[in-house]
Ligand binder design. Structure first.
Ligand code: ADP
Length: 226
């Protein structure tokens, strides 16, 4: 379980990005976080990844108190969380296979494990024929699917997707969300921030709405309400 306990974040310039946020996310949930730009969505995610520290409050990942961990344990925590971003963040000079293999090497996997698992995740994101292409040879939707393959290849407990469809047209956005739903069905928790009203309504799962650093709605099978 992920638990934010009265988490506040005031940045150095006095911006209050989070205001006493309390939030529980159970294993295997699919949670969409919505809200206008500046509402605090990315800051919330950075707290979970230990990229920012709370000014007040605590963040727990299972039994781990995220902000009491040393550097080594933070790295271990981050391996339990796969990340996907709006701008894909693939390595431009590596092909698809190498992009995914690189993430496995960083996690200490052997060449045999890499050779077995990369084709498997490419199958899962429907890109079995693109292993030898470079990112610039792929559409935005395909690049994001490679990024998803990379995020799941080390079998994290949680996938965090920060505006994963922000750079995609509606059809590609739909495909990306279908893949995230499939990954969720296979047992991975998914936490996604988005502005995309259409996909929220299509997912039909929990929707948390943020405004001015606060959670103003939390709907179990919600719709985009702002
Ligand atoms: P969202 O992801 O919902 O757009 P953010 O979490 O990025 O919101 O930002 C919440 C608020 O915190 C905004 O007012 C933003 O300008 C501010 N903010 C975000 N990051 C920083 C930072 N590193 N330093 C100062 N203010 C920041």
């Amino acid at each position: 379980m992920i638990y934010f306990e009265k988490v506040s974040k005031i940045y150095f310039d006095n911006t209050k990005a989070l205001d006493e946020v309390t939030l529980k996310i159970e294993p295997n949930e699919f949670v969409s976080i919505v809200g206008h730009s500046g509402a605090g969505k990315t800051t919330l995610i950075k707290m979970l990844l230990a990229e920012e520290t709370p000014t007040e409050g605590n963040v727990y990942f299972g039994s781990l108190d995220v902000h009491s961990l040393n550097k080594k344990k933070i790295n271990k925590l981050r391996r339990k969380i796969g990340t996907i971003f709006q701008d894909f963040r693939l390595l431009p000079h590596k092909n698809v296979y190498e992009n995914i293999a690189f993430a496995m090497e960083a996690a200490g996997k052997t060449d045999e494990e890499i050779a077995a698992d990369v084709p498997h995740v490419l199958e899962l994101v429907d890109l079995p024929k693109k292993a030898w292409n470079f990112p610039h040879e792929l559409s935005g939707g395909e690049q994001q699917r490679v990024a998803i393959a990379r995020a799941i290849v080390n079998q994290p407990d949680v996938i965090v997707a920060d505006e994963p469809t922000g750079n995609l047209d509606p059809l590609n956005a739909y495909d990306v969300v279908q893949i995230l739903k499939k990954i969720n069905d296979l047992g991975t928790t998914v936490i996604m921030t988005t502005h995309n009203k259409g996909i929220i309504d299509e997912i039909g799962k929990r929707v948390i709405t943020m405004e001015d650093g606060k959670i103003i709605r939390d709907d179990a099978s919600g719709r985009y309400a702002i």
